[in-house]
Design a protein around this ligand. Sequence first.
Ligand code: IVH
Length: 680
Amino acid sequence: MKNKHPLKIKKNYFKKIKMFKKYNEAYYDKSNPLVSDSVFDILKREILDLEKKYEFLKSKDSPSISTGYKPSKYFKKVKHKTPMLSLSNAFDKIDLLNFEKKILNFLSLENNNIIEYSAEPKIDGISASLYYKNGKFIQGLSRGDGVEGEDITVNLNTISDIPKNLKGSNIPNEIDIRGEVFIKNSDFKKLSDKFANPRNAASGSLRQKNPEKTKEIPLKFIAYTFGFAKNFNVLKQSHFLEILKNWGFKVNKFNKLIKGIDNLIKNHSELEAKRKEIDFDIDGIVYKINNFDIQKRLGFVANAPRWAIAHKFSSDKSISEILNIEIQVGRTGALTPVAKIKPINIGGVLVSNATLHNEDEIQRKDIRIGDVVTVERAGDVIPRVISVDLKKRYKDLKKFVFPKKCPSCGASTIKEFNKTTKKFDAVRRCINNSYDCEKIAIEKIKHFVSKEALNIEGLGKKIVENFWELKLIRYPQDIFNLDYKKISELEGWGKLSVANLKYSIEQKKNITLSKFIYSIGIRHIGQENAKLISKTLKNAKDFFELGKNNNFDDLLNIDGIGDTQIKSIKEFFSQKKNMFVLEKLKASLNIINEKEISKNGILREKTFMFTGKLAGISRAEAKSLVEKNSGKIVSNVSQKLNFLITGIKPTSRKVNEAKILNIKIISQSEFLKMLDTKDS
Ligand code: IVH
């Protein structure tokens, strides 16, 4: 599209605003709509999209601002300048030891190295990102899917803990301050019982369409990190927390600097004991490496940092009775037993299902229908049955017989043999592993539209199930050819919701290659692996051709993709149904090639290979250094290789091969020098 003149854009925008105002008044004031709901809604969307595209567009009559009329159903969506990530969880000492070991390995440090952590109570609230320009609060976003949040500025403006102007010195030109919005337990008790717990109340209040309503619920804010920042230099998290205080933010008074896993655990137990006395819900402690340089070196995996972890508090437990055991069939064909239990309240949440994990778990614990069991719920994790009270078991309870046929399609099931562990898998799977098994197909479609995949709003799990029953969908591609006429006749579907669904689906037709690879649901290919594959292949064409000529060689070089993943990808491409789905999706979607992180890095168009042990840096970090600077890692000595980097005790075969092929052989320090010449 041609670039329009800003004046023309403004004119067009205000024309729409005027129209919107007229329709709005007619609809809400006079209860006399001038246009259909869908026309109204499309207009609203157009305005919001224009505002998103051109930041200079603003109007007090915009649907993004709460008006005197019934305000917009939608908050404006805004992309985070840097994504809002999540954290991996740790439950015990072993998890923490593994966390630290991985860090030390990555940094190539000895095990006796001491790392300093900022230990911060994890408030169970709603995270928000606050954008400040020259110290002034401009815009506040909810987390959303981590990439794009909702503009909830008006509501955040009602929170007194959020400084509207930053105080003190050292204020950067631009900064996103991130923290948690929450409600105190004592304030929660005063509210009517509209909400199940303080977190829900905070979330409900924050998402109120009318900021006056938000004001009624006393929300608090505690700051703990930052996203995007311009002209801001700080070396440590602990220092940053001090700066936050100086700027006028509240920070958690239980934040601590701690060294060593044993001390982390000590602090964890102490805080857990105090938990009940604290006037807000905390569900664990976040440990962050205190040094920002080290954080930077460690970077991220998928959507969580390598340098932080959330150490959860032990969960709430309750006793209940197993009424039935149902077998659910998952997207990859796994048969998961789920206990239907007598509903019980665990920590403020009514629980009536609890996972029994897999066939082996039922056998090991000898869990039977009718048993009295202990059920545990830890934060956002699915409740699980942890033990059986054998003393309370009636004599005639029968041993549970795990089905050998798939309860959905009747096909045989298998337990795979794992060559590495030399054991059979604990999970039983339906051999149909494709769209031929109804339950698998439904789960595959749910995965396809889920938040981490296409992220189609208004197409939740229940709706997918409903559409399946009505034969509206059988394959992922059917989403793009829905019978909207039929849908608008269904109960609960008005013109507006149909128009919205249509709109969200249309929007999500543009998809990055990595999201696409993830969304088609190849077993063992999660978000991180999908990213690795798309980074290597770079374009959709090469991905589609993987199956054509059995061309999986490119994938062999990817650090992180192993035999299991390659086998699974091959298996995926060998199935005709999958090929059929891919062909159809190719026609409906616009798959965008992956943006390279920095195409113009100093090592662009150069390939590298390492041999021998490197000093002071792990292989993983060295590889990530090459990639960060746009270089490529290869795993064979061939004409394609530009540099062989030799560490201590290099493999002589590789060095000789490189010599024969006239490949440059350089030392580790020569390699590091290449990176230092950035500015020359
Ligand atoms: S740091 C990558 N610090 O936990 C860093 N998060 O699962 C992630 N949270 O969405 C954020 N207290 O809502 C951080 N002191 C704290 C936190 C904290 C609570 C929440 C936050 C985030 C979630 C991550």
